[in-house]
Ligand binder design. Structure first.
Ligand code: PLP
Length: 402
């Protein structure tokens, strides 16, 4: 299946790495003991669990005692916000307006529980301004938590986390970052970056779906979201998914071993795809490719052309990409990220996201560009014919052919 298609939706999920699949199978066969029990096979599972915790903590430069396994990014984000807020009892939270729904909807929920929330604006490239945060925290004297993602999932903007966390701390607030897209691509250091809480998901780095972690800085009092057994030192009840966690650690090991090489390769593909898209008159959304944009993110918008139409046509040609917008009951909702960045509904409805992986090739980028050219020509054809070279096209489509 994968050989026949061009997969450009790595930010949605990554194909599982072979090493992660092998680790999953082997651990499922051999480490089936319940890690909370005390006999031999359970101790083996516990030991594999702790070894995965140590190696995953290493990639964050964190103490292993700060790593708590969860079911993934959504649960980690929920726990960070809900447990921090409930621990304080009342007060104010700050989140950026371009967070993933796992943070945004949790913030909306907390508003219904009596908390106040500021949704920080972003500039046209998607950056949160440290000055805006400073101003907001001066106005609110009861801020419990600031949550700004390390890198955005739709447009790849890399936020100034270190600067934002130091402002949060100066005002006595905790700092959480959703690092689901950044983990494995950026150098994250919880001490250097002043991070108290951090979310990671395994399936975004070629690990299995349904597992992830929440880093909680040792010494911080953050309660559980799920109540039950005392697994994960009381912070996350439920039998630990040892095979999935072992597989997560295997995926991370390969990801970090190849990180520089993968980033360099994806940057080359990213530049090529952007150049080709610009020649199709795409409107680039997010920052210029470079240090402040994830290496694998290419997001553009074709104003006036709905993204669902383009995506369906790409799909027919075996190309998997996605929109910034979510499709609900047939209606395309404009991307909240593009809306927050630009305020332009047409751009937000036409937004397309191509997220690359290290296995993608230059030939695939060219195939996508040529498929897009045909799709855009068809989508904009007015029927009024005009001649370009030997071929006849309508006037509107000429702009894609120059
Ligand atoms: N946060 C970000 C930035 C994401 O991109 C995603 C997934 O798309 C999530 C959170 C949710 O992660 P999970 O799928 O592991 O629940």
């Amino acid at each position: 299946m994968r050989d026949a298609m061009i997969y450009l939706d790595h930010a949605a999920t990554e194909p599982m790495k072979e090493c992660a699949l092998d680790a999953l199978m082997q651990a499922s066969r051999e480490l089936y003991g319940n890690a909370s029990a005390s006999y031999g096979i359970a101790r083996a599972a516990k030991s594999a669990l702790e070894s995965a915790r140590r190696s995953l903590a290493g990639y964050l430069h964190a103490d292993p005692s700060g790593v708590f396994f969860t079911s993934g990014g959504t649960e980690s984000d929920n726990q960070a916000l809900v447990a921090a807020a409930e621990g304080a009892g009342k007060g104010h939270l700050v989140v950026s307006s371009i967070e993933h729904e796992a943070v945004l909807r949790t913030a909306w929920y907390l508003e219904t529980r009596g908390f106040t929330v500021t949704y920080l604006p972003v500039d046209p490239s998607g950056f949160v301004s440290p000055e805006d945060l400073e101003r907001d925290l001066q106005e609110h004297r009861d801020t419990v938590l600031v949550s700004v993602m390390a890198a955005n999932n739709e447009v790849g903007t890399i936020e100034p986390v270190q600067e934002l966390s130091s402002i949060a701390h100066r005002h006595g607030a905790l700092f959480h970052t959703d690092a689901v897209q950044a983990f494995g691509k950026l150098d994250l250091d919880v001490s250097r970056d002043g991070i108290d809480l951090l979310s990671v998901s395994a399936h975004k780095i070629g690990g299995p779906k349904g597992t992830g972690l929440l880093y909680i800085r040792p010494g911080i009092s953050i309660g559980a979201l799920l109540r039950g057994g005392m697994q994960e030192r009381g912070r996350r009840a439920g039998t630990e998914a040892v095979p999935a966690i072992v597989s997560f650690a295997a995926a991370a090991k390969e990801t970090f071993r190849e990180r520089e090489e993968s980033n360099a390769k994806m940057r080359t593909l990213q530049r090529h795809l952007f150049e080709g898209l610009k020649s199709l008159h795409a409107h680039v959304t997010g920052p210029a490719p470079g240090e402040k944009r994830l290496s694998n993110n290419v997001s553009v918008s074709f104003p006036g052309i709905f993204s669902d139409l383009v995506l369906a046509s790409l799909d027919l040609q075996g190309i998997a990409a996605s929109a910034g917008s979510a499709c609900t009951t047939g209606a395309v909702n404009p991307s909240h990220v593009i809306l927050a960045m630009t305020g332009d509904e047409e751009l937000a409805r036409g937004s397309l996201r191509f997220t690359l992986g290290p296995e993608n090739t230059m030939e695939e980028m060219d195939t996508v560009l040529s498929a897009l050219k045909t799709i855009l020509c068809r989508a904009t054809c007015t029927g009024k014919e005009d001649t370009v070279g030997q071929n006849t096209h309508c006037q509107e489509t000429r702009r894609f052919l120059q």
